[in-house]
Design a protein. Sequence first.
Length: 484
Amino acid sequence: MDIDLTGTAHTALAALREKKVSAAELLSMQLQRVDAFNPALNAIIWQDREGAMAQARQLDQELANGNARGPLHGLPVTVKESFDMVGSPSTWGVPDWKENFPKRDSEVVERLKNAGAIVFGKTNVPLKLAEWQSFNKIYGATNNPWDISRTPGGSSGGAAAALASGMTMLEAGSDIGSSIRNPAHYCGVFGLKPTWNVVPLQGQLAPGMYGDIDIAVTGPMARSAIDLELAFNIHVGADRFLRTGWAVDCPPDTRTRLSDFKIAVKLGDPACPVEQAYLDELSKFADALENAGATIIRDQEPDLDTEKHFDLYLKLLGAALSVGVEERTVQAQRDVLKTLQNPLAERVSKPRLDGTFMRHCDWLVLDNERRLARMKFDTFFEDFDILLAPVCASQAFPHDQKGMRLARQIEVNGRQQPEILQLFWSGYSGVVGVPSSVGPMGQVNGLPVGYQAIAGYGRDRTALAFSKAVENEICGFVPPPGFQ
């Protein structure tokens, strides 16, 4: 049977269940596509073909005996390089971690395998997962399948490129600064940043680390919203340190029509200018939602001072990423910042760097501010199901791997602005831990752009229900030219 490898995981799983294709045959087709497209993209940077094929044959035998391990039985998938998996390195692109071979699977990988998935490879990341590009000295750079001269995003850039090019059926990513959302937007696929702590972070941490990281989450990526929901249902659940004490409760949302949703629309913010052509697409998308019967209220958002809210995120982000950071590294960034003499670059980097070594008592004050902001989001979502917002400032930008990230510029509305200014859209919902789904909605200059659908705390399935309704009634994944 000929399987559309740019189609949904649901379709491939149906063919596996009905024995129209075997797991070994599907994996062979997937690997052939990797051979065809990966050399130009460099998205999948580690593979275990022999082990994966042995697992596929075992799964075929189990299915022949009437046994299925779970809902992903026989499906070939990949995961972000930073997820621990026995037999594979977890380097995070750090040369000193090149020989870091974990002795235990991450919880997400473990759940994927228990569901019957065949994890045959890993996808590329930037150094320490700290870029909206995906390049490092170990594996090199990953290209965007829509335009190989541009970034696929980061830090789950390899994941998004592999999905968009049809080289994998599902992916697992992570997000503290749009590392799921941004690559999904740049590559025209789907991603879910879950509510903080409803999906385990264990095994997707630096070597030797086991604590939760503030703001950081792991979550699924896919080519369709229905696949995104399927993967989320497998990922979700308390980690090994918490599951004996409490269980995750993300309420179901059975709505299937856009006419069932009340949606607020936030078209930009003074804190971070957005490319007008992208905002125009987002506005047209809101019109399409309204034409489909959704209740649309424009220019509505939580009652926040967004500049102060951005500062709050940046300082807490700096604190969250402070483990193992040396003072000389921070000082080097401050020195570069001084030479730039760029007020916008300083506006973003200074509070983030200030957060790196803040006192715990100062962190507690900021955490209280965060909780007050969360309460405002909670109040807002008493009246709305979804807050529709940009994912970032523009479509995918050209590769730029020179110097520190804080010094790099992108063009927005004909002007140069710091690339890191886009972190505003990462932190707006991220700092208060609420979920958001990203899905494709159109194109700007031949490149995909996506929406960000923010939902209330714990309402991950509301964001997913919205994305599924959009996919059914308006638009969904479109393969890049040459990858159909």
